[in-house]
Design a protein around this ligand. Sequence first.
Ligand code: ATP
Ligand code: MG
Length: 811
Amino acid sequence: MNPPNPSALLAEGSVRSEAPADDTALPKRAGPRPLPEDALIILPVRNVVLFPGNVAPLTVGRERSRAAAQEAVRLQRPVGILLQSKPEVDEPGAEDLHWVGTTAGILRYITAPDGSHHAICKGLSRFRVLQFLDGYPFAVARVQMIEDPERIDTDIEGRALSLKERAMETLQLLPQVPAEMVAALQTMEGPSQLADFISGVIDISAEEKQALLETFDLKTRLDKLLALLTHRIEVLKVSREVDERTRESISDANRKQLLREQMRSIQKELGEGEEGAAEVAELDKAVADAKMPPEVEKHARKELKRLERMPEGAGEYSMLRTYLEWLTELPWAAEPEPPIDIAEARRILDADHYGLEKIKRRILEYLAVRKLNPSGKSPILCFVGPPGVGKTSLGQSIAKATGRRFARVSLGGVHDEAEIRGHRRTYVGALPGNIIQNLRKVETRNCVMMLDEVDKLGAGGFHGDPASALLEVLDPEQNSNFRDNYLAVPFDLSSVMFICTANVLDTIPGPLRDRMEVIQLPGYTAQEKLEIARRYLVARQLAATGLAPGQCEIGDDALMAIIGDYTREAGVRNLEREIGNVCRHVAMRIAEGQVQKMKIGAAELSVILGPRRFEAEVAMAKGIPGVATGLAWTPVGGDILFVEAARMPGTGKLILTGQLGDVMKESAQAALSLVKARSQQFGIDAGALDKSDIHVHVPAGATPKDGPSAGVAMFIALASLLTGRPVRSDLAMTGEISLRGLVLPIGGVKEKVLAALRAGITTVMLPERNRRDLEEIPADAREQLKLVWIGNVDEALATALGATVPAQAAG
Ligand SMILES: Nc1ncnc2c1ncn2[C@@H]1O[C@H](COP(=O)(O)OP(=O)(O)OP(=O)(O)O)[C@@H](O)[C@H]1O
Ligand SMILES: [Mg+2]
């Protein structure tokens, strides 16, 4: 409430004209002037609001206030307590005070031993200031008393009742409530007393209390109080919840701490604590011996300190210990590269592998460069070829030839970057990636690390891009600072000799391929396989079964039969397996005591290995018009494939089946167009063609096939179908066709020719423009096969269907 007359200052000694005339004559020293009946001595207070009926101790600090309180005590009159509207003001004037307050009797006036003065006051009733009076050594004002109405209506009674309930509820939420307070509240009579009592004890600001004091209307006051109490209850509830929760968590933490301490003392009792200390000491020694680079060692020591301070039972303890073990067991030391002896390397490569002259020469060149310039950034070798051609074993030979240890990392199906680069240590069950894991296994950085199946590396995606992680491993610019997520410190990979292997080149991510020197291993001819079997595989399988060389002799005819009739592969893996089967059969016979030694010829094979697995497929194609033999290149070496064409009544549609890719389908379309364009030459009625559907099928239907190189075979199959003339069954062909009838070159010549040879083909038609690849074809294959070089489809027709195509139609 604002003072109606702000100019009514309380300045001490100032004389106001309204003062009674007779009083002015009195000398001031003679004592204070008598108070008028309707005036009160005012006690300004900074932050207490006293309500009628309430008792409160007031600290009386200011001189003027002391004088006021003492005068009131002396006169045995109540004081008027007014809240300062500006608590910071020391000598408050009329405008610094609220004009509504409570009259109070001073029950006791105390001077404490420390010199402070206190007045214990009991609130009596509300009053309103009418006018401040001058001429007193303290504030004095004429006032008007304000009483609550006597009559109580149901509105007020109802409110009072719920106020009481709320108040009880609040008390229950408060932590330590004196029992008297509850009793006082319960015995409280009359709504106005109840309201004043609660207003006095409720935990709100002095200004809020003042607002309650100034609300003269009882009903409104009760409403305000109810609202305040309700809010208070909410706050108390929330704060109690929070309180309980923190108490819970604190006690939980305390409990754990306690248990941990108990465990430590139990461990000490059992002598286990020493184990931890011994462990730390061991690790400490390991760190010292690991020859780490200084910054890594610093990091390791820091982590070791952390370990030392950690209670042994903590979950993190074992994680940290494992980490430190990894760190200390890695080959940090930079040993000198083992010297490379080229002559010795050549000897080892020759001793381990038959043939592969060109490849061995490339490897020796690579080693020579490395020998002359060890610090130079040598390219990464990548062996590409079908399974079982010796990629892995060449890698092992290189390791042997360079005196290095050999490690093998399989990348097939790796689609999580973390498999290469490791998981962060925060990850549960985290481990370093397989590069670091293998280095720990081989215990030296000077090793040959074979990255197998880089072509089967999973695509990047949700788990990061493994190819880019691998790039970091292989890139000589980056790999001296390789960072495994688990280790979190750099490791130098620059002295690791990386060799990659792949079955196909085109699925290797481009950036990776760019960094590699690709060496192709296309596969072996039957003759080469025979040599490999004779020199290596038989001896190895004999040793594996524990047979002496004299006990089991496998003849060349038997080996050739295995190569031709029991296996069909570019490499020699199955060949080796079948030889193993033969050896085990012999070993069993000898062990049973039936024989002393055995000689195995081709005739014995069907007993040991069962019936021949691969008939010459060529027989299938015999004598039926509409079938041509094509040659395909696959990741596992070359293969033959049949193109079958059939004709049936219809509407001129071309039906294609056998899981053909788009390029192959287009090839078939082109072949049909070429045949139609030659219908006159074939003597076919073009109109009749429109009344029939043509179906082209390429078995085996379940294997997806694609590529343009079956074009010639499709064309020949269709030409054969429509002319009714069968294709020579010992003939295979490959080549792309153009709509003008040209035969275009294709890839994989060597693999395709070897596949034809394996399948018992005698004549192979190849595009004229592939003649440059003649060199690639092994000499014995060239000897055994008749190669026909064709420049256009007419030359193909001449070879496949006979020199002259009959002029009359077949159907
Ligand atoms: N020219 C060869 N001389 C001697 N042995 C060979 C030759 N080529 C392959 N081998 C032998 O064939 C077996 C299979 O070779 P290897 O495991 O190296 O094949 P790979 O090319 O790595 O196949 P994959 O692609 O399936 O991994 C090995 O035992 C290997 O010694
Ligand atoms: Mg391999």
